[in-house]
Each structure stands twice: as structure tokens, then as C-alpha cells.
Design a protein around this ligand. Structure first.
Ligand code: 4AD
Ligand code: MG
Length: 470
């Protein structure tokens, strides 16, 4: 069955219908009822939303309509309808047009147990209805902003001459070496093949232990050291038991990798990238961003606009430790050279000390993965993290160790097996070049740009410890 009546009015998105350029036209809109109120004068005002923009379209249904008493007067929140009629100028607040309906067809009604009635629900409650929350204002706005960010990611890297490369999701190599990988196996849990009392993974699907990837970086390096510049944009998985507002077990990461880039080129790329994401979102999602400013975080727009106007600050890890130690703040975790910075330290630096994005670089090598390039001081590596207010670390990256001997020595110190990384080492044996890259946590950017307090609301279906519903 076709939804379109032959020679019937043109079906247009609500976003188009809200534009006063279309006043006087006979059109059709399709969407879901957000509210309905009835006037004493024999009219119903139906607000309909179809996801095409933040705003609704007001539909004015006259009691003369054939199904007024049987359907329209009892039309409930959440019902789906097709309405056609003439667009006219509206006096109403927040809208320049409204539709005078000549017909309102109900496709599916929504009984009163529809959970998203007009009352506001907490974000915690909405997580229990992750299948319906996209019908709320907040999740409509988050979804459109996330979509814009994804689009801008591709536009930015394409403009910069990077190729989009897909790296594997199932992998045998641990990139970050933090031991937080989810195992992938096809072995029957009740009949595990054993050898010397241990599970014999040579009998498993791939003939060896395999995992869900924590990062596509190592594979991306192979393409960067062949084609020059590439980037990945895919899901990554970490089995870290962190129940925080900034951690997911499944999250999306963008990982550019570029040959002949040194750390400073990498930092400059990261800054251009972040600024492009912000500028596009502020420019192209203005209504959604106004909502976040009004309802989620006061001052958000001004803060993001300031980021665009100023160069990012840069600071070595060593100076950051100095600043933290002399800050007079009482932190929960002690600050000492050689220890990883905690969220509270990062937030102090970016929110109080700098009040904007901050690139920290040259971290102690003992707290960073094997692939980072050793600095001449033999104590630090050419690592860089980008920290932003509210969220903390959104980017982690580095210049990679391109010197075979130095890399091998580092791997020996860290007890990593040369055999397992043979192909990674080949990149240094055959035509090695300096190269660099970073990983941007996609949901962390969504979180920063929208001002949302919890990362679980920045991805459609969050996966966190103890929770993989939907
Ligand atoms: O700093 P990370 O661990 O860096 C890497 O994985 C490198 N291999 C990237 C590279 O150089 N190509 O992770 C990169 C970013 C972090 O800065 C953070 O934004 C995000 O990924 N991230 C998470 N986001 C949500 N939930 C988690 N559990 C995350 N862990 C990291
Ligand atoms: Mg990191």
C-alpha cells in the first residue's frame, strides 16, 4: 500500500513546513503527536514532530473534519498521523507557520500507557526506555548533533587528504596493552577443549585467542605508512569496570594516522579537527544547540564559541604536575611525577587553570603504551592528550616509535612478544618513516558539545558494566 495519494498534496518534512517560504501551499506532513489541546470554539491544536528538526508543526483541525469526533478529539500523545492542508502564517510563539488541516489520518494510536507523556522524565528513567527516548526533545537534539558530528568527521578528513580505512573489529593484538579486552570465542562454554589444564584456543574459530578491538591504531599505521594519511571511524570495546559518567564499554573512536607527521603536526591536526567539529555543529544545528543552552547547560554556547576564537594551550606533563602540586587544591588522589593524572587533576587544569582546551604532552613512558616514541630524555614519550572542560580527556595520541631498535627494546622491557607483533615491526624494517596519530572518543565529543552530564545519553544504546539491554 502506498502512503501517497495520487495527485495528493506533496509530502514535506516538518522542517520545511516550518519555513515561511511555503506559506499558502497545500502540503502533507507525517509524524508523531507531541501534544493536543482542544479549544472551546470547536478546534483541536495538534503539535506534530517528525524528527526533521527540533520544532513541531502546529496543525489546526476543525470540528467539521469527518473523523473529528471519532478520532481527532481523542488523539493521544505518541500517535502517528498524516495531515494535509494549507500552510498559513502563525501568530504563535516559536513558530512562523501552522497547517490548517483538510484531513488528519491516524496511522497508529498510542494508548495511555505510552510512557512519554507530557511530564518530564529524568535521564536515568529514559535509559530504561532507550527504544522510545528518541521521541523526546532531548534525544532528538542529541541524535541530530551526533549525526552532524559524524558527517563533519568525514568532511574534515576528506578535505585534509585522509583516506577512510576500516580496521578489524575482531583482533588478536592488544594495542593499548591495558588488558581490558573482551574475548571473542566460538568454543562451547560447557565443553571447553583443554590442554595442560588450560583452555586450548588453538581449537577455537581463529586457531588462537581473539578479542574485540580496543583501537584500530596498529592496523591504521600499516595504511598510513603506505598511503600517507588515513583515518578510521568505528566501534571499539573496553572491558574496564569503570562506572563513571565518561566511560562506555562500547564506544566509537576516530583514529587518524599520518606518515611524516611529528608530534607538533599531530597537535595542530587535532586542534583544526576539533574546531571544525564545533564550528559545523554551532552553525548547522542552531535550534538543537539553543535547546542545550536553555535546558541542559547555561553558558554552553559562549564557552564553545570561545574555544573557536583562541589557540589551544599546550603544556608538558611535567609542568602540569608542577602546577597541580602548587595549586593549593586538595585532591583526592596525590599528584606525583610518574603517576597517571586523574579526572580531578585534568578537570582542575582545563576548567580552573586554563578555562579552555589544553594539550598535555611528553608523558612519562612508564604509564604509556609500547608504541609511543621515546624522547631524548629517556624518561618521557611523545604522547599528547587533549583535555576539555566538563569532560576531561577527549583525545589521546602520540608520535609513534619508528626506530626498530628502540621499539624492540621497549617491547622487551614491557614483556611483549616480538612474534605476535611481527607485522607491526615490519613497518619499521621496510621503509620506516616518522608518523603520528590520535584517537578521538566520539561520545566524549557529543557529551562536550551538548553539555550532557552522562556519556550514556550520548550514544543510542549504551553498553556499560551490568547493562546491555536493547
Ligand atoms: O587514549 P586512548 O586509549 O587512545 C588510544 O586508543 C590510541 N590507540 C588512539 C590513537 O592514538 N590512535 O583512547 C582514545 C580516546 C580517549 O581520549 C577517549 O576520548 C576515548 O577514546 N575513550 C573512551 N570513551 C568512552 N568510553 C571509554 N571507556 C573510553 N576509553 C577511551
Ligand atoms: Mg588515553
Amino acid at each position: 500500500m502506498s502512503m501517497t495519494t495520487p495527485n495528493g498534496p506533496r509530502w514535506i518534512p516538518v522542517a520545511t513546513a516550518r519555513d515561511e517560504a511555503h506559506i499558502g501551499q497545500v502540503v502533507e506532513v507525517r509524524g508523531w503527536v507531541r501534544t493536543r489541546r482542544d479549544s472551546k470554539g470547536g478546534f483541536s491544536f495538534i503539535e506534530v514532530n517528525d524528527g526533521s528538526c527540533f520544532g513541531n508543526l502546529q496543525i489546526i483541525a476543525d470540528s467539521e473534519l469527518a473523523n473529528y469526533d471519532s478520532e481527532i478529539i481523542s488523539l493521544s500523545v505518541g500517535s502517528s498521523i498524516v495531515a494535509s492542508g494549507t500552510l498559513q502564517a502563525s501568530e504563535g510563539k516559536g513558530q512562523s507557520t501552522e497547517l490548517i488541516a483538510s484531513s488528519v489520518r491516524v496511522l497508529g494510536d498510542a494508548p495511555s500507557e505510552f510512557p512519554l507523556q507530557k511530564k518530564r522524565h529524568s535521564f536515568e528513567k529514559l535509559r530504561e526506555w532507550a527504544h522510545l527516548r528518541p521521541r523526546t526533545n532531548s534525544f532528538g537534539a542529541i541524535t541530530r548533533v551526533r549525526n552532524q558530528l559524524a558527517y563533519s568527521v568525514h568532511q574534515f578528513f576528506q578535505d585534509e587528504g585522509f583516506y577512510y580505512v576500516n580496521t578489524p573489529i575482531i583482533t588478536a593484538s592488544d594495542c593499548e596493552g591495558a588488558g581490558q579486552m573482551f574475548r571473542v570465542t566460538a568454543l562451547p562454554p560447557d565443553k571447553l577443549p583443554l590442554r595442560d589444564g588450560k583452555v586450548d584456543f588453538s581449537k577455537d574459530f581463529f586457531g588462537k585467542p581473539t578479542y574485540l578491538t580496543v583501537s584500530g591504531q596498529l592496523e591504521a599505521e600499516t595504511y598510513a605508512t603506505s598511503l600517507g594519511r588515513c583515518y578510521t571511524f568505528g566501534p571499539t570495546f573496553r572491558a574496564e569496570n569503570s562506572n563513571t559518567s565518561r566511560h562506555l564499554a562500547e564506544f566509537w573512536m576516530i583514529e587518524p594516522e599520518a606518515a611524516f607527521f611529528e608530534l607538533s603536526d599531530n597537535m595542530a591536526l587535532a586542534e583544526r579537527f576539533i574546531k571544525r567539529l564545533l564550528a559545523d555543529t554551532l552553525g548547522r544545528c542552531a535550534d538543537d544547540m539553543d535547546f542545550f543552552e536553555a535546558r541542559i547547560q547555561k553558558g554552553l554556547l559562549a564557552a564553545l564559541t570561545t574555544v573557536l576564537e583562541k589557540p589551544f594551550e599546550h603544556m608538558t606533563y611535567t609542568s602540569a604536575v608542577d602546577i597541580l602540586q602548587n595549586s593549593g587544591e586538595s585532591f583526592e588522589y596525590p599528584v606525583q611525577w610518574g603517576a597517571d593524572l586523574q579526572a580531578e587533576h585534568e578537570r582542575f587544569l582545563t576548567e580552573k587553570h586554563i578555562q579552555g582546551p589544553l594539550i598535555l604532552y611528553d608523558y612519562p613512558k612508564t604509564i604509556k603504551p609500547f608504541y609511543m616514541r621515546c624522547n631524548d630524555d629517556d624518561k618521557t614519550v611523545a604522547a599528547m592528550d587533549v583535555l576539555v572542560p566538563q569532560v576531561g580527556e577527549i583525545i589521546g595520541g602520540s608520535q609513534r616509535e619508528e626506530r626498530l631498535e628502540v621499539l624492540l627494546e621497549r617491547m622487551r622491557q614491557m614483556n611483549l612478544s616480538e612474534e605476535e607483533y611481527w607485522w607491526y615491526l615490519d613497518l619499521r624494517k621496510f621503509g620506516t618513516v616518522p608518523h603520528s596519530g590520535f584517537g578521538l572518543g566520539f561520545e566524549r565529543v557529543v557529551q562536550w558539545v551538548t553539555g550532557m552530564t552522562n556519556i550514556r545519553d550520548c550514544i543510542p544504546f549504551p553498553r556499560t558494566p551490568g547493562s546491555a539491554d536493547f
